[in-house]
Design a protein around this ligand. Structure first.
Ligand code: ATP
Ligand code: MG
Ligand code: MG
Length: 569
């Protein structure tokens, strides 16, 4: 199928363009700046920006910053960083708070039209009057206030005359509606809280449904894409858009045009799709926040976090994220995606994109006793076995090497194909060796292997072609650079860390092995990498030079994902 036929939203967009309903589409990604973005947001970002790109439209980044108490400029900056990292650029950067004056004017218009009223019920009373799924609600005793009285009260709310929660501006819709969202929902509440963008200008703040719908309308968003839990809010969304009707009342937008904000007010259409859920992780902002503040992880960008900053630090690439999102698709079916799908997308993109290097994570000294003291040479290796365009590099080879402890066994388990006393193995790209002597310390631990390098088995020689059981990797002891390896695994050891049965919480499901540190060696060409460079360490896994801590002198590599899926369920 062609890309634009891929899902029902692309179908709608295509139809709207071919019928002439829209000459150009406009979408938006509307995060609340109350936390860092996570992998779920990546789905929404790729959808909104992706659609704009595919159909020659535009996409805005809009901060839905209508809830000042939980918002912070730190998040505003991180969110922009994340969107750009994923490879997208917004048409315009907006803040819902840019529109506060227009929202206010729109609210006065609703009052003048008899469609909104100031209610003095307390929040508890409002809840009690609202009714239930089976019981209709009851009208507020303040519902029939005169337009003049409502206007006066609302203006005094704005002037800061009233205490928090003492008054609410409510839409006047239908307390008997089968849809609870339409039972005279709140449009404005009083909140004497400083706002990260507007400071102390406003003692009242618009409610999410009102602000979100009008934000879309102000910007001329054509397709407003959101997750399924907003399906029930769509009638209210439409009510706000239709009853304010910016296009027919351009004066309402004067506060914005005065500020020089370009506008193309229209009537957006809300379309819902299923949110992304992944097992072995939590995605609620509240829980992610708690992991950080309770120091169960090392911050928002801990490589085990499902935040975009965490995934990035773990070694996830924008290409892997986009492949993942494309693979899971867009639908209205709620589903739980297996964590291995995410890991698979990373493995697949890195297999093609990551140069190969050699690294020894748990080093064991190996001496090629038949080479002269001080012997060294350089060997040519290709950087990628399947792609010549990656070129070649030279690796120093010498008499003393590091190999991985796992590649030697004094008493081999069944089927062991690596080095054993008296056995032979191929040293990757260097020749065939035989283990002649095993040297131990006083504690009986193996500390060194003395081996014989078959001089007839060097690269290019006839003797190199003879069969030996296994091939192992190595790093020259003199040339290798000491490196720290952070071996990350899934943060939770159970598929559903949100399961709260028997009084447990996600804290009880943390995987104690989710981070282990090892100290070993890498070949010089790995140490020299810039932070955030990904490699396949041969036979070991995909690693990334840590974005924050890696330096050429003190390399730090994070394990992004293993070479194959080994997670045992
Ligand atoms: P909160 O409820 O704490 O505000 P949120 O997940 O709703 O968190 P927003 O910042 O409001 O976060 O979300 C921005 C956009 O990302 C919204 O359009 C939302 O629908 C979308 N989004 C959030 N989580 C997911 C998810 N898991 N899958 C797909 N889209 C998501
Ligand atoms: Mg939200
Ligand atoms: Mg949410």
């Amino acid at each position: 199928t062609s890309p634009e036929k891929r899902d029902f939203i692309r179908q709608i967009v295509r139809d709207d363009l071919s019928s002439g309903k829209h000459a150009r589409i406009k979408t938006r990604f509307p995060p609340e700046p109350n936390g860092y973005l996570h992998i779920g947001h990546a789905k929404s970002i790729c959808l909104n920006f992706g659609l704009a790109g595919e159909f020659a439209g535009v996409c805005n980044l809009r901060f839905d910053d209508t809830n000042p108490a939980r918002e912070d400029p730190e998040y505003v900056a991180a969110i922009q960083d994340d969107v750009r990292w994923l490879g997208f650029e917004w048409n315009e950067l907006r803040h819902a708070s840019d529109y506060f004056e227009a929202y206010y004017q729109a609210a006065e218009k609703l009052i003048k039209d008899g469609k909104a009223f100031v209610c003095d019920l307390s929040p508890e009373q409002i809840r009690e009057y609202r009714g239930t799924l089976t019981e209709p609600g009851r009208n507020s005793p303040y519902r029939d206030r005169s337009v003049e009285e409502n206007l006066d009260l609302f203006r005094r709310m704005r002037a800061g005359e009233f205490a928090d929660a003492s008054h609410t501006l409510r839409a006047r819709i239908d307390m008997a509606s089968g849809n609870i969202n339409l039972r005279d929902p709140a449009l404005y509440r009083i909140k004497h809280v400083e706002h990260q963008n507007t400071g102390n200008t406003w003692p009242i703040y618009p409610m999410y449904d009102f602000a979100h719908a009008l934000g879309d309308a102000v910007e001329g968003i054509t397709h407003s894409l959101c997750t399924l839990e907003f399906e029930d809010h769509r009638p209210l969304y439409d009510w706000c858009v239709d009853n304010v009707d910016f296009a027919a009342h351009p004066l309402l937008l004067k506060p914005l045009t005065d500020k020089g904000l370009p506008l193309e007010a229209g009537k957006p259409r809300q379309i819902e799709f299923s949110r992304l859920n992944i097992n072995y992780t939590v995605m609620s902002k509240r829980k992610l926040m708690a992991l950080v503040t309770e120091q169960l992880v090392d911050g928002w960008d801990d490589p085990r976090m499902p935040t975009l900053q965490g995934l990035r630090r773990r070694g996830y690439t924008p290409a892997a994220m986009r492949l993942f999102v494309e693979r899971i698709g867009i639908s209205k079916q709620n589903s739980l995606i297996d964590f291995s799908v995410l890991e698979g997308a990373l493995r697949e993109t890195l297999d093609a994109a990551a140069p190969r290097r050699m690294a020894v994570i748990n080093p064991l000294k190996l001496v090629l006793a038949n080479l002269p003291e001080g012997h060294e040479e350089t060997l040519e290796f290709s950087n990628h076995p399947k792609d010549e365009s990656f070129g070649q590099r030279r690796i120093p080879f010498a008499r003393e090497l590091w190999i991985d402890q796992d590649d030697f066994a004094e008493v081999p388990p069944k089927g062991f194909k690596r080095l054993i006393p008296g056995g032979e193995v191929r040293l990757r790209g260097a020749g065939i060796i035989r283990c002649d002597e095993v040297i131990k310390n006083d504690a009986g631990e193996v500390v060194e292997l003395r081996c014989w390098l078959d001089p007839e088995s060097r690269p290019g020689m006839e003797g190199a072609n003879r069969k030996v059981k296994g091939t192992i990797h190595w790093v020259s002891a003199r040339h290798g650079v000491a490196a720290e390896f952070r071996l990350y695994d899934r943060l939770f050891s159970v598929a559903d860390p949100d399961d709260e049965s028997e009084g447990r919480t996600y804290r009880d499901y943390l995987n104690p092995q989710s981070r282990q540190t090892a100290h070993g060696y890498v070949e010089p060409a790995a140490a020299e990498a810039e932070p955030e460079t990904s490699f396949q360490f041969e036979r070991t896994g995909y690693f990334v030079a840590d974005r924050r801590d890696h330096t050429v002198a003190k390399p730090v590599f994070n394990r992004s994902v293993g070479l194959r899926d080994t997670w045992a369920t």
